[in-house]
Design a protein around this ligand. Structure first.
Ligand code: GTP
Ligand code: MG
Length: 345
């Protein structure tokens, strides 16, 4: 499970970027599954949450991630859609995240939704790194499947490396135009003041070990410095989707970012009119590495701890709002929690 034994909760990583720059493909590479191929028009229309346990991360990252160096249980990735019409979903993903990956196609560079994502990250003060994706499309590229990027660069001709570097320096220039000092990630000492750029390919897996290693390093430091999250307190989350689920009626897909939620807990949910007060009938969770959006078989669980994607089944959820807060009522009056939820809407 993804329980935070040491007390650090699972960091939430939002994946943001322009349409078709490879957000879902990068997560697919990490998941080893192909969500992309099952999607209508290969456009991601909903936010999904994918839990990747520490073990899997260290399997993929090899020598770049020693599991003994980390107290983090893993990473919870939130995929967001790049299409221009889904800006609310992008904001919701950005606002929830502890850290983010901004995916930029190395050939395409900065595009409208790249800039929109940067604005969200600035506004929410979310630390991020840039995944400069599709390095394999560089003319003359010699693919080195699943290897760390610096090793792959050693296998490239001078000409291919120069072409890639030219594109990478354009991205670094764009970041600087937007007020961020940036450099190749291996030259960055302080990831809070500087943006690390990680060249990757979702197609060949080159640079994916580096991407995971940098995300782990960033979250471990960031969570340690800034977060004293109590994963045992009453749960707080955000509704990603309100969905009909056969056998359960209307359910909520929620990202729980703090505390725990249990079966039979009373919860307050933001809704079209007054907040809904209801009791949790069932908590449904996909297995780690499964995708909450496409995974049909959920496991019924008694308790879920942050951070996690969870489906909540409960009576009276029809008027719940996507993007609204969900709060567990525990050691507090229902009225007080309703006030909190109303204040956040
Ligand atoms: P939206 O969800 O619509 O915003 O797009 P996305 O950013 O999730 O992009 P997606 O992963 O769907 O990829 C778009 C296209 O780019 C697909 O055809 C992928 O196969 C292709 N692609 C993604 N990453 C790479 C890569 O590293 N190399 C190459 N050659 N193609 C890639
Ligand atoms: Mg996508």
């Amino acid at each position: 499970t993804m329980d935070a034994g040491g007390g650090l909760r699972t960091p939430i990583v939002a994946v943001l970027g322009h349409v078709d720059h490879g957000k879902t493909s990068l997560l697919d590479k990490v998941r080893g599954s192909a969500v992309t191929s099952g999607e209508a028009g290969a456009i991601t229309q909903h936010i999904g949450a994918t839990a990747v346990p520490l073990e899997t991360i260290s399997d993929i990252a090899g020598r770049l991630v020693d599991p003994d160096d980390f107290d983090l249980p893993g990473l919870l990735f939130i995929d967001t859609p790049g299409h221009h019409s889904f800006s609310t979903l992008r904001s919701r993903g950005g606002a929830l995240a502890d850290i983010a990956v901004l995916v930029v196609d190395v050939n395409d560079g900065f595009q409208p939704q790249t800039l929109e994502a940067i604005d969200i990250l600035k506004r929410t003060q979310t630390p991020f790194i840039v995944a400069a994706n599709k390095v394999d499309t560089t003319p003359g590229w010699n693919p080195q499947p699943d290897t760390p990027i610096q090793q792959s660069l050693e296998a490239q001709s001078d000409r291919a490396e120069q072409r890639l570097n030219q594109n990478l320096y354009e991205i670094i220039g764009e970041l600087s135009d937007n007020g961020f000092s940036a450099d190749m990630y291996w030259r960055v000492q302080n990831f809070r003041g500087n943006i690390g750029v990680v060249p990757v390919s979702a197609e060949t897996g080159e640079g994916v070990p580096d991407l995971l290693a940098v995300l782990m390093g960033l979250s471990q430091r960031y969570m340690k410095e800034d977060m004293s999250i109590d994963t045992t307190g009453p749960g707080s989350g955000t509704v990603l989707e309100v969905k009909e689920e056969r056998g359960f009626g209307t359910t909520l897909d929620v990202v729980l970012y703090d505390g725990t939620i249990r079966t039979d807990d009373t919860v307050v949910v933001g809704a079209k009119n007054d907040p809904i007060v209801t009791d949790v009938r069932a908590l449904l969770q996909p297995q780690p590495l499964a995708e909450i959006r496409t995974e049909k078989r959920f496991e019924k669980v008694d308790e879920v701890s942050a951070a996690a994607g969870v489906k909540i089944a409960a009576p009276d959820l029809d008027d719940a709002l996507a993007g609204a807060p969900v709060r567990v009522v525990r050691n507090q009056s229902v009225e007080a929690v309703i006030e909190e939820v109303e204040a956040e809407l």
